[in-house]
Design a protein around this ligand. Structure first.
Ligand code: AMP
Length: 329
């Protein structure tokens, strides 16, 4: 098993090499996009040749970030790089097959991540599962190692950290997270404008989807588990795009008395996308997702599970029920 490198060792690769590819996971969230953009902009500022790919491209809701057009889907033909930097991604296959097959062999791989279930992919690793967002690690890298940290990078890092901490609310948010946020504001982040862009800009379609999901909301494990499921047919009828589902699970996590929230989404190819959230570290949803081949964090995890929507729902709800026995009745 590879062990952690240092931020200095990673900074020295960034200084000494010239051709870089920056990647993050498919179905990218704010941390994946914010980190990829901040790293891409940092390398450009250093005069490097840099490409930033995401298997699913840039979600429209992050297009407001300055210079976000740097993030593209992978090209048709394979390309060679000296260094591939994988951010906010715990396992290689979450980069996506279309990205992986376009990378010529021979590059040095760097992985910077904060998932407890990290597979330690890559040659140089910096995995800190105590960091509430991969964006927090990137801030430390840029600041501690004297790398460029511009206003557009500050916006990208703020988006990364704010979205992955539930707007600085989740329990792994530390004093350091707030200090970093203050530093990002000093670097030029406009708090009102960026929070409005991040949190008050949902397409109506997303709210229509939430309405449909609340219609199928169910409770189990003595009302301490709330879940809802999205069939491919409903997604089609509502014109849902993948990014619309992001964060909807937080609505049912917020219910009084609910400890675990679950979201099931029917994908193509007989797969169900599972998202789990916990409000109590004694119910470790990373361990539950691990039983289904996935992973993530103790309080927020996911998996892709083969089966029909109803089959997977029943299996997962039964597994959650077993884990709920860690809690007093
Ligand atoms: P999601 O529920 O998709 O928002 O994911 C919650 C957390 O779990 C995120 O940090 C994801 O990166 C991580 N995650 C989701 N699916 C997987 C998976 N199949 N394997 C490993 N980590 C995952």
């Amino acid at each position: 098993m590879n062990s952690n490198s240092t931020l200095d060792a990673i900074a020295s690769v960034l200084r000494n090499k010239q051709r870089f590819l920056v990647l993050s996971h498919f179905r990218p969230d704010g941390d994946a996009i914010g980190c990829a953009l901040a790293m891409g902009l940092c390398l450009k500022e250093m005069g490097k040749e840099v490409k930033v790919w995401n298997e699913d491209g840039l979600p429209q809701r992050f297009a407001f970030l300055q210079q976000s057009a740097l993030i593209n889907t992978p090209p048709q033909a394979a390309e060679a790089f000296e260094v591939v930097i994988v951010l906010d991604t715990a396992v290689r296959n979450r980069v996506g097959a279309r990205c992986l097959e376009k990378i010529a062999p021979g590059a040095l791989w760097i992985n910077i991540d904060h998932h407890v279930s990290n597979d330690r992919l890559g040659d140089l690793l910096y995995i800190d599962s105590a960091a509430p967002a991969a964006g927090q690690i990137l801030f430390e890298l840029f600041q501690q190692c004297g790398l460029p940290l511009t206003a557009p990078m500050a916006d990208a890092l703020y988006a990364a950290i704010s979205t992955d901490t539930g707007s600085f609310q989740y329990p792994n948010t530390t004093a350091r997270t707030y200090e970093i946020a203050a530093e990002l504001v000093r670097l030029g982040v406009n708090i009102g404008a960026i929070n409005q862009a991040l949190y008050e800009n949902s397409p109506r379609r997303r709210l229509e989807l939430l309405r449909a999901l609340l219609n199928v909301l169910r409770f189990s494990s003595g009302e301490r588990v709330a879940s809802f499921a999205l069939s491919a047919q409903t997604a089609f009828d509502l014109g849902t795009i993948p990014d619309d589902t992001e964060g909807l699970i937080d609505t049912i996590r917020s219910i009084e008395g609910v400890v675990v929230a679950a979201f099931f989404e029917e994908l193509e190819g007989g797969l169900i996308r599972l998202s789990l959230r916990s409000k109590d570290a004694r119910v470790d949803v990373c361990a539950i997702c691990g039983e289904f081949g996935g992973g993530g964090h103790t309080l927020a995890s996911g998996a892709r599970v083969a089966g029909t929507l109803s089959e997977v729902q029943e299996r997962v709800l039964a597994a959650i029920d077993r884990h709920m026995s860690a809690l007093p009745a």
